[in-house]
Design a protein around this ligand. Structure first.
Ligand code: SF4
Length: 302
């Protein structure tokens, strides 16, 4: 037992109950430089996997104890899609989850497997990682098993994006000196503009990494985020600027049409006057409020 943890307050998904399918050891087919777990040789499967029914029973008990959680997150000390009974687990959780959302955090490595795509299609929210668009970068940051091919992953992401009906989130994690350059990010932005995920979570290292790598400065993240035109970008910023910004109606419409603003943006960067302008735009239906995978965004109605 001990497969369920939390609840944890996830900044991007809300109050979440976590499921760790490999609580005793790291089981991943990547060995990312930024991993918050200790570096380990990549593996193909989760050794000693739990029985799906045991995990489901544990979640059932936890749901009674924490009725207010918003999401049930399938994760692992590694890559959850390597779990042999994932499909059975997802079916069982869908039966007991009630109004909670079912979320999985995957590194995208198994997305070419049709049976994995079928299982992921039963989730409310699928969050997939894409840190690199070029093989060299992929090898340096994600350090995958030899047989994992980035071009295949990108092709299969496109296929999955076409069939997946629920909320698709893509996470891009930036590492200083490796993928934080305009060329790499432009290529990722091009891929994501074709994929059109519901949300893109752009972030950097915020916990001690497995290897000696450094996070990217917030101002650089902000700059690189501008490449992802037309996508709902979620940026987590730690250092809130002191000055909040005043926007006129026109400026705000312009800003939101280029880059949808998250609830976090509004809270931390908008002055009281700008918040009032936003309220007016909402009333006039020139801006709409949407919940995308647990994060509020303000967008222009299409
Ligand atoms: S995919 Fe996740 S668990 Fe696996 S090595 Fe990378 S960060 Fe760690």
């Amino acid at each position: 037992m001990g497969y369920v943890f939390g609840p944890v307050n996830s900044r991007r998904f809300g109050l979440s109950l976590g499921i760790d399918l490999s609580p005793k050891e790291k089981s991943c087919n990547f060995d990312c430089v930024y991993c918050e777990l200790k570096g380990a040789k990549p593996v193909k499967s989760i050794p000693n996997p739990p029985k799906a029914q045991d995990v489901i029973d544990e979640v059932k008990t936890a749901l009674k104890k924490f009725p207010n959680i918003k999401v049930i997150t399938i994760t692992s000390n590694g890559e959850p899609t390597l779990y042999s009974e994932l499909d059975e687990l997802v079916d069982g959780l869908n039966k007991i989850k009630g109004d909670k959302k079912l979320l999985i955090l995957s590194n995208s490595s198994t997305i070419c497997d049709k049976s994995i795509q079928d299982t992921l299609s039963k989730m409310d929210i699928v969050k997939l990682s894409l840190d690199c668009a070029t093989k060299r970068c992929f090898k340096r940051i994600d350090r995958p098993l030899k047989e994992i091919d980035l071009d295949n992953i990108i092709e299969c992401l496109m296929e999955f994006g076409k069939v997946f009906k629920n909320t698709l989130v893509v996470e891009v994690l930036l590492v200083k000196g490796i993928n934080d350059n305009i060329e790499e990010m432009q290529k990722i932005a091009d891929i994501l503009q074709r994929l059109k995920p519901d949300r893109v979570d752009l972030g950097t290292i915020d916990r001690p990494p497995a290897y000696d790598v450094k996070p990217v400065k917030e101002e650089n993240l902000e700059e690189l985020a501008k490449l992802f035109k037309g996508l709902n970008i979620s940026l987590i910023r730690k250092n809130t600027p002191l000055k909040k910004v005043d926007f006129t109606k026109d400026e705000l419409v312009e800003l939101i049409s280029h880059r949808p603003q998250s609830g976090f943006d509004i809270e931390h960067f908008f002055s009281a006057k700008s918040k009032k302008v936003l309220e007016d735009l909402l009333k006039e239906e020139k801006v709409q409020k949407r919940d995308i995978g647990g994060t509020v965004f303000y967008t222009i109605p299409r």
